[in-house]
Structure formats: C-alpha cells, structure tokens
Design a protein around this ligand. Structure first.
Ligand SMILES: [Zn+2]
Length: 226
C-alpha cells in the first residue's frame, strides 16, 4: 500500500531477436488483466519483422471471445488451415474472422522492472499477473518471497498468512514476541533484564518455528505454523 513500484516486462519477439533485429516492447502490468497482456504480446508478434507463421483472428459474435489460429508458413499446402466452426467459450456458430496475416510465433521476456528475474524468460502469463498484484500490494518483499517460495500460490500464503513483520534483528523479533504474547507479564523488570533475546531469537529460527527472508538488507520474519 503506497508502494512506489511499476512492475513491467520487456517482451521480445524471439524470431526477430534471433536475427539480431530489435523488435520488443516494455509493457507496464499494474492495471492489465491476463487478456490485455495476451493482446499486447499478440501485437508484438503480429508486427514482427521476422514472421514465421500465418495467423487468422476470430471473434464470437455472441460472447465476443477472441482467439487466433496459426499455421506454418513453410508448408501452406500440406498443413491446411483449420477453420474453427464454433466458439470454444459459448459454442455459438455465429463467429467472424479476418484475413490471414503473417506473424511470428514465440516471445521471451528479456528484462524486468520491479519484478524478479526468477520468473524466467517464458513464464506462465497468469503467474506474471498474480505476482504483479502481490508486488503492488506488498512492494519489493513480494519478489523476495517469490524467489524463496516454491510457486506463486505459496508466495501468496506466506504474505497473507505467515508474515510476522519486518525487524532489525531476530533479537528484536524475540523481544517483541515476548511483549505481544505477555509471556513475561509476571516478571519484574529486574528479572527481564537477564533474558537473552538474541539466543531466544536464534532458537526460534533453528527450531523451525519461524523463517526469515532478507530483502534489500531488511529482515522479514515469517511463521512456519500458518
Ligand atoms: Zn462465444
């Protein structure tokens, strides 16, 4: 909330890239849905200087679902163009389609802003959209979590259910924990001064009750029992 981030990806047309031609584009993701992102990538491929397939766009007149079908550019006769007969979403046969056009087929992400490179060059686009939402909500921490978690679902769980906050050190976390749980409410201040919070914090981590993730030098603590 109030995180100054602008999650963006640089998408390259792979065919052009492999021929040494620059044909990519930065896409800002914050307000994009999955279909918007698919459309942005579609436009990059469609305007490629190195086309390698034929494509045709379809639209359902009933539910306005849009899709494209491709065929090889090299074998136009053996690989006959398949014309879809109905909409995959609503089964309507009222569909319209445009002329065939040349396009390229493959894309790759070659740069990221405010998103971790742990996504890889060719991630599932839904994962990109979901991580963007987490970064907008939780800031850079979301990227650190994604790098350590096994997938986007676990990242979400860690941020929403396991997160205990940011601390200067495990010593501070242990002291805060004792105060919050009123564990030492019967203790005099004199007795409290003997408590070794550093050792306590270390034991919390060693016992597996908590785990930590450091992001930009900041220590974030997560509960293992969420
Ligand atoms: Zn439809």
């Amino acid at each position: 909330m109030g995180h100054n981030v602008n999650p963006s990806i640089y998408v390259d047309c792979l065919a052009a890239y492999n021929e040494g031609k620059a044909h990519g584009k930065w896409i800002a993701l914050e307000d994009l849905g999955i279909e918007d992102l698919q459309k942005e990538i579609h436009l990059i491929l469609k305007s490629s200087p190195s086309p390698n397939i034929f494509k045709r766009d379809y639209e359902c007149n009933n539910c306005f679902h849009e899709w494209s079908i491709s065929r090889s550019i090299f074998s136009p006769y053996s690989d006959m163009f398949k014309t879809d007969k109905c909409c995959k979403k609503c089964q309507s046969r009222e569909i319209s389609f445009g002329e065939e056009y040349k396009s390229s087929e493959e894309w790759a992400i070659h740069d990221y802003e405010d998103l971790t490179t742990a996504l890889g060059e060719c991630p599932v686009l839904n994962t990109v959209i979901e991580l963007t939402a987490l970064v907008v909500e939780h800031g850079e921490l979301a990227n650190g979590v994604y790098e350590n978690a096994s997938d986007i679902d676990e990242s979400k769980q860690w941020l929403e259910e396991a997160y205990q906050g940011q601390y200067e050190s495990l010593t501070d976390y242990a002291e805060q924990y004792c105060n919050d749980t009123e564990m030492l409410s019967g203790c005099s201040d004199h007795l409290k001064s003997y408590i070794d919070y550093t050792s306590m914090g270390r034991d919390f981590e060693l016992s597996g009750d908590i785990f930590t993730i450091a992001v930009n030098g900041e220590l974030h603590v997560f509960s293992s029992n969420y």
